[in-house]
Design a binder for this molecule. Structure first.
Ligand code: AMP
Ligand code: MN
Ligand code: MN
Length: 334
């Protein structure tokens, strides 16, 4: 699908690619499947054109993504300085604070910002931000389809499919629209493997992850007559169950799946006073605006923030804010 809005930007990006050799692709902290899929599909495209490519996202990848064929392109933070890029791409990264800020805007290196978050700060020299797209991977695909459709390989299609698969929660979230589904079909036509990707990234779990899930399910508490749900993963729970904090992608969906729950929150204790909060909503509740009040951001139905309090305080503050939101929004259900 061509998008008139971005035709000029796509042409400009194509020009930058043609005339430069070294590309740094950045993602957001704790990159998810859409972030990684978007980065690696573009990385694959650039490498096939003989370019030097390095990838970086703060926090590093969750274990499930380490087996991806191009995962080795991801650098550690201490390796970042040695790679001097001509062009920086930021993918799925709404703010410079959530990606490698220092690598952005340094030494006059042009920044191309490709994303789908409505809260994107438009910090790039070129900004291609489509908040209607279900995944950044869809925006990347539109660019590739516009400038070099014949160069999209099955490997790139796999990465693009992964992005849509993970950001729509396996085609179940409210952002699952006609475009997401038709793009998925297109990616399969181009060689993506829907069964293998769904199996590997959604279905298959390590035993330690299930044990951790069991503990965090036990932590669920509901408020506001069952319309708000909160769950947590503490460092102690991880120590007992094994595994890592990065194994908890998707846990929040269990709290959100409870009958009657309209607002759900997962609290992850990254450090003793560093709590990462994931918010999910049903109906018309806008959790992105709530997240922004706490310095975070995201989408209407899926947002996040970090709060520097102990776990219990973070939980009670955010639950209170969610309850207030529900009370203020009485009768505003869509
Ligand atoms: P998560 O809960 O980590 O799955 O994040 C849900 C959505 O909110 C994703 O689109 C994130 O990119 C976004 N998000 C999460 N945390 C933050 C934050 N601290 N600042 C801005 N956006 C965030
Ligand atoms: Mn993301
Ligand atoms: Mn995304």
């Amino acid at each position: 699908m061509t998008d008139e809005r971005f035709a000029k930007d796509f042409a400009a990006i194509d020009g930058l690619i043609r005339s430069h050799g070294r590309f740094l692709l950045l993602g957001h902290v704790d990159p998810d499947g859409d972030c990684i899929g978007s980065m690696l599909s573009l990385a694959s495209f650039l490498r096939a054109r003989g370019k030097q490519v390095a990838c970086f996202a703060p926090g590093g990848m969750a274990e499930i993504y380490l087996e991806l064929p191009l995962a080795g392109l991801f650098m550690r933070e201490d390796e970042l300085g040695a790679f001097e890029p001509d062009i920086v791409f930021a993918l799925d990264s709404p703010t410079t604070a959530r990606t490698a800020g220092p690598a952005i805007g340094g030494a006059g290196v042009p920044v191309v910002n490709i994303d789908h978050h409505p809260t994107n700060e438009l910090y790039g020299d070129i900004n291609v931000v489509d908040e209607r797209a279900s995944a950044t991977a869809i925006v990347v695909y539109r660019f590739l389809a516009e400038v070099a459709p014949e160069r999209i390989t099955p490997e790139m299609a796999d990465y693009l499919y992964l992005g849509v698969l993970m950001d729509t929660g396996g085609f179940r979230f409210q952002n699952t629209n006609a475009e997401a589904l038709s793009m998925a079909a297109r990616f399969v036509e181009l060689g993506a493997r829907p069964y293998e990707l769904a199996h590997e990234f959604i279905y298959a779990k390590k035993l330690s992850t299930l044990r951790l899930l069991a503990r965090s399910l036990e932590s669920i508490e509901v408020h506001s007559g069952g319309r708000v749900a909160a769950m947590h993963v503490s460092r102690e729970m991880i120590e007992r169950a094994g595994g890592a904090m990065s194994d908890t992608e998707g846990f929040v969906d269990y709290a959100a799946s409870i009958d009657d729950v309209e607002l759900a929150a997962l609290f992850r204790e990254i450090e003793e006073r560093e709590i990462r909060v994931s918010l999910r909503s049903r109906n018309n509740h806008d959790v992105a605006s709530l997240a922004e009040k706490f310095g975070g951001g995201g989408h209407r139905n899926a947002a996040g923030l970090t709060i520097h309090e102990d776990l219990a305080t973070a939980e009670s503050r955010i639950v209170a804010a969610l309850e207030a939101m529900l009370a203020a929004g009485k009768g505003s259900k869509s």
